[in-house]
Design a protein around this ligand. Structure first.
Ligand code: NAP
Length: 248
């Protein structure tokens, strides 16, 4: 039997990168996948087809995770299309990097809204369903930067650190109802986005990582698979670093 056989999962921001990797590995493990995107309709529909070809139910929804109303509507739509929600992965995220001196108020607010408020929006929206079912796993995609901080990313680091406080609080609030909440803190994960960076700079980053390579979306997806499945039935309120030893 597959690890997530017949489980219904919502993943925010799965049209590319890490979210896409999670959707693929979850479908391989038998999960039905509802996922969102912000603007990449073509890649999202392509992924929907790819997941369906694996024999699971899959559907792409255009929805802004930073909007409370859109998140409520999304969950209502998903509940109409799928039977229940077993797992929520808050993965959607953006960066707007700058030194504090040059960071505008809007760049701070937007990053907090899309990365952190989205986690409140989506967790609130799925809470009633999971409470009724007396089970659920919520996984929040934080970052090593939220654990350690990073010059030039005060907005992003604050949003990712905020996710960790939120994760631990929800684990304490909902543990008695068998709803688990954990965070993942990826290190440097190589996606299409990092392909555009200077190869010499990227090689320098790889060399500084104990495992001597950047991570892949699959590395993060496999950690999500563990936290979503019953293999982690007694694990809640934790932050799992998936960083090749970067923070060690
Ligand atoms: P990515 O390639 O930029 O993909 C971001 C995804 O989020 C896309 O599917 C995008 O949709 C979606 N999205 C953006 N804004 C959204 C919104 N307002 N509502 C709903 N969806 C939205 O990012 P990634 O590298 O895969 O990162 C995924 C998560 O991991 C993020 O939370 C990021 O902070 C975290 N993380 C990444 C790394 C890394 O090294 N890559 C390291 C640590 C943590 P569209 O395609 O439609 O724009």
């Amino acid at each position: 039997m597959k690890l997530l056989q017949d489980k219904n999962v919502i993943i925010t921001g799965a049209s590319r990168g890490i979210g896409r990797g999670i959707a693929e590995i979850f479908a391989d493990n038998g999960a039905n996948v509802a996922f969102t995107y912000s603007s990449s309709e073509g890649p999202a529909l392509e992924l929907q087809n790819e997941l369906e070809a694996k024999g699971v139910k899959a559907k792409a929804y255009k929805s802004n995770a930073g909007s409370f109303e859109e998140s409520e509507k999304l969950v209502a739509d998903v509940l109409g299309d799928f039977e229940g929600i077993d797992v929520l992965i808050n993965n959607a995220g953006i960066t707007k990097d700058n030194l504090l001196m040059r960071m505008g108020e809007e760049d701070f607010d937007t990053v907090i809204e899309i990365n952190l408020k989205s986690v409140f929006n989506m967790t609130k929206a799925v809470q009633r369903t999971m409470l009724k079912a007396r089970k659920g796993s919520i996984i929040n995609m934080s970052s090593v930067v939220g654990v350690k901080g990073n010059a030039g990313q005060a907005n992003y680091a604050a949003s990712k650190a905020g996710m960790i406080g939120f994760t631990k609080s929800i684990a304490l609030e909902l543990g008695s109802r068998n709803i688990r909440c954990n965070a993942i803190a990826p290190g440097f994960i190589e996606t299409e986005m990092t392909d555009k960076l200077d190869e010499k700079v990227v090689q320098g980053w790889r060399d500084a990582i104990p495992l001597k390579r950047g991570g892949t979306p699959e590395d993060v997806a496999n950690a999500c698979l563990y936290l979503a499945s019953d293999l982690s039935a007694y694990v809640t309120g934790q932050v799992l670093n998936v960083d090749g030893g970067m923070l060690t």
